[in-house]
Design a protein around this ligand. Structure first.
Ligand code: HEC
Ligand code: HEC
Length: 269
């Protein structure tokens, strides 16, 4: 028989277990916060986004959790705090980073804990070379870890005529958007967009390469952003489709010949 005391203990355990399982962990939060360090510090000043020191005392907890999970939706809804912050931060919208509710709670526990301790001193930045940065951008010099060249997906005014890819955004004004040397260096080493993180987490850019890119983007920052020539794209796509149809017809013709070439002798037996 189970004694009354044991039954009580079992009951207490049942009540406590969910608390343990669901309480936020600052350790897990520190890991998850790696998704955020491209744009945020805790006590070392603003980057592309605000310094998050003491944000847990400044804002409502439910607001913070939702913001971390779906900032895009809150901005779209015109949330007043979010809209105000967006204006203050160069109109860079914080992207949704694929964070779950449990992760958001862990991250907030970490921010709360880290707000009371001194931030680690920042490493001094390396000095880059704009010329090398341009070569890396164009793929004329390979990235050390084998990541694809930026020009495959990105455009900037400096290379204008060469025409970069249209999948990614125009990077001409990246330098001012990310708040200069420090912000851009950190953002390049910790790619802030989900697509970029997908590519560059396995093949990261090295610190010196980030410095070369930063030096290069500092130069392109002085150029105006070119309007994307949509007519060119439409023509391009049009030509592409026409080309495909031609290739298809050609292949069909070759196949018909081949089929006949095989069939006739076989059937004709
Ligand atoms: C690409 C840069 C970028 C990334 C990555 C990013 N943020 Fe942000 N964050 C911003 C910007 C910019 C703002 C200011 C609001 C805006 O412009 O959308 C902001 C605002 C915030 C705020 C509100 C600050 C305040 O004063 O109320 C919190 C909290 C926050 N971010 C947390 C996070 C967390 C946690 C992550 C990682 C999961 C993250 N951010 C990833 C750019 C970023
Ligand atoms: C395979 C395509 C691809 C390649 C290659 C690529 N990018 Fe991107 N990049 C994207 C896409 C798509 C986005 C924006 C979409 C998003 O939010 O994820 C983006 C966004 C970015 C952003 C954020 C821009 C902003 O305004 O917030 C930066 C910075 C960036 N890329 C830098 C680079 C650099 C530097 C390279 C070369 C080392 C590079 N990218 C190579 C596809 C690519």
């Amino acid at each position: 028989m189970i004694s009354g005391i044991w039954r009580l203990k079992a009951l207490a355990l049942l009540l406590i277990l969910p608390q343990i399982a669901f309480s936020a962990s600052p350790e897990a939060g520190e890991k998850a916060f790696q998704k955020c360090i491209a744009c945020h510090t805790i006590g070392s000043g603003p980057l592309a986004g605000p310094d998050l020191k003491d944000v847990t005392t400044k804002r409502d907890n439910a607001w913070l959790i939702r913001w971390i999970i779906e900032p895009d939706k809150m901005l779209a809804e015109g949330d007043s705090i979010a809209t105000e912050l967006l204006k203050e931060f160069n109109n860079i919208p914080m992207p949704p980073m694929g964070v779950t509710e449990a992760e958001a709670k862990d991250i907030l526990a970490y921010i709360k804990a880290a707000s009371t301790s001194e931030p680690a001193p920042a490493k001094p930045l390396m000095k880059g070379d704009a010329e090398i940065g341009k070569k890396l951008f164009l793929g004329r010099q390979a990235l050390s870890n084998g990541a694809p060249a930026c020009v495959g997906c990105h455009q900037n005014t400096d290379i204008g005529g060469l025409g970069g890819g249209a999948l990614g955004v125009d990077l001409t004004k990246l330098y001012s958007r990310y708040g200069g040397d420090k912000g851009l260096n950190i953002a390049l080493l910790n790619p802030p967009s989900p697509i970029m993180a997908g590519i560059f987490s396995k093949q990261p850019i090295s610190e010196i390469e980030a410095a070369h890119f930063t030096a290069y983007f500092k130069k392109t920052n002085e150029l105006p952003v070119e309007e994307v020539n949509t007519e060119f794209f439409i023509k391009g796509i049009g030509t592409g489709i026409l080309g495909l149809i031609l290739v298809y017809i050609l292949i069909s013709l070759i196949w018909i010949k081949r089929l006949k070439g095989v069939r006739i002798p076989m059937v004709g037996k």
